[in-house]
Design a binder for this molecule. Structure first.
Ligand code: CS2
Length: 482
């Protein structure tokens, strides 16, 4: 037995608390992974509870069918488990905002029907950095990206996120509807602008009149999203089953902290997310920079150094005095790259980050965060490094994090354990490492010269190169190549 719409949870568990069937779908969300279920779906659930409205979510799974099957078998309902640092017991709440999930690999009819329903006003997405295929330097689509290349050939049957958004918008234009707002919720800098320029370029290549229409009528607000959400484990599912008395294959666990800062630029309305704690601002960029550099940048540092040192979870890495010290220094250096933000004291934010990383009840794997480094390092580490370099400030923490990532790209630990990098540029990264034949300067130079990765300011700086070599030498001493 698993939960469904008729399920009444035990008293200790917060129930959905509203009549789901009374509320239609107003949002289509791509990428129904743990993060979406612990973040945007929860804010929307809060709004449905408070104000009702036609704001339920149709989830779309782009690559697999499992997420759809699991959630649909439970009428879209699942439990959110919140673990704070003190209590052993988790707090459970049922979330009802997801109406259903469609697997795009199976059939896209329902997805496009919903995208062209006038009641659908917003498309959100958490598909990870690598899924977009937008060249961050030019803003145009990257025609070597597999799904972009595929969708440009056959734009009426898209499989990728940009192609799907464009086809949905084309159908709306043909039907005489307004466009939907496209709200990116991935950890990319200026994420709204990236998606907007990718969508416009894709549309220009396939249907210039559509591109013009999107340019005039469409909106793509940027957003900063934050909630540390580890991958779901069998341990969580069995703990949840004990509390619910029923299986819940779609349960997620997360921390109490949650933040969503959004540009208030919606072309056809939005839920009253502010009543669920969303901060609406005119310019999200400074919030994004703070979070990407202080939280995510430090996370990547913890992931690479922690993984190499044999720490499975972030909390274990934080208990390692050497890593703790690196973390403190990294947070400090990252905060120095930021412009002041009203209402936020970076020192306090940094202290809070350390507590969040130390949460003893969150089992967040270093290997999970280490994934897709080539897509994460530029905004998390290289951009702030460039700024500190320009201002003559401390670049050592960024060089150290870069060196740790390069060492990680060897695909073998100091104790001889091999692992998969799980990065779309994995082959290139591993060949770069091999091409250096174990020589520090050659390995660093192979990475520095990889196309579309390090900014030219770092590629051309002798100061940066020397610091990177120094840090890489010290990491190699600690984690020799064997
Ligand atoms: C992490 C993020 O996996 C990663 O790269 O840094 O998923 C991080 O946990 C979230 O951005 C927190 O909001």
């Amino acid at each position: 037995m698993s939960i469904d719409a008729s399920f009444t949870p035990p008293k200790t568990v917060q129930s959905v608390g509203y009549d789901r069937e009374k509320h239609g779908i107003g949002i289509v969300h791509f990428g129904v992974g743990a993060f979406h279920r612990a973040h945007q779906a929860v804010y929307t659930d809060d709004v449905l509870k408070k104000h009702g409205g036609n704001w339920r979510i149709l989830g779309v799974s782009l690559q697999s069918t499992r997420g759809a099957d699991t959630l649909n078998a439970q009428d879209g309902i699942y439990s959110l488990a919140v673990r704070d640092g003190d209590e052993q017991q988790l707090t459970l709440r049922l979330i009802g905002s997801i109406a259903a999930v469609e697997a795009a690999v199976r059939n896209t009819d329902k997805i496009f029907q919903t995208l062209t329903n006038p009641q659908t006003r917003i498309v959100t997405m958490t598909v990870t950095e690598k899924a977009y295929g937008v060249d961050r330097n030019t803003g145009g689509v990257d025609i070597s990206h597999p799904s972009i290349a595929r969708d440009l050939k056959d734009p009426s049957n898209p499989i990728g996120i940009i192609g799907m958004i464009v086809k949905g918008l084309a159908l709306r234009k043909d039907a005489g509807l307004k466009p939907y707002t496209v709200l990116c919720c991935d950890n990319l800098p200026k994420n709204g602008e990236i998606v907007r320029s990718g969508v416009l370029d894709f549309a220009r290549r396939t249907d210039p009149a559509l591109a013009e229409w999107i340019e005039v009528h469409g909106t793509f607000p940027s957003a900063m999203v934050d909630r540390i959400t580890p991958s779901v484990t069998p341990e969580l599912l069995s703990e949840v089953e004990t509390i619910l008395g029923q299986k819940d294959a779609a349960a997620v666990e997360t921390e109490p902290f949650s933040q969503w800062v959004v540009e208030d630029n919606f072309c056809d309305g939005r839920p009253k997310w502010e009543d669920a704690g969303v901060l609406f601002v005119d310019d999200v960029a400074p919030y994004e920079r703070m979070k990407l550099r202080m939280l995510n940048g430090t996370h990547s540092l913890i992931a690479y150094t922690g993984f190499l040192a044999g720490h499975k979870y972030v909390r274990d890495a934080m208990a390692d005095p050497q890593i703790y010290d690196l973390v403190e220094k990294h947070i400090g250096a990252a905060s120095k790259t930021l412009t002041p933000l009203s209402g936020i004291v970076f020192e306090e934010y940094g202290k809070q980050l350390i507590e969040r990383f130390e949460n003893p009840n969150i089992a967040h794997e270093t290997y999970q965060i280490a994934m897709d480094g080539s897509q994460k390092m530029p905004q998390r580490i290289f951009e702030p490094a460039v700024e500190n370099l320009k201002d003559g400030l401390d670049i050592k923490p960024f060089a150290y994090a870069t060196a740790a990532w390069i060492r990680y790209c060897a695909g073998i630990t100091g104790t001889g354990k091999t692992y998969d990098l799980r990065d779309p540029r994995q082959d290139e990264l591993q060949s770069a490492f091999k091409s250096g034949n174990g020589n520090v300067n050659d390995i660093c130079s192979a990475f520095i010269n990889l196309p579309r990765l390090l900014p030219s300011e770092l590629q051309e700086s002798d100061v940066w190169i020397a610091e990177l070599e120094t840090q890489f030498t010290s990491i190699l001493k600690q984690h020799p190549l064997g």
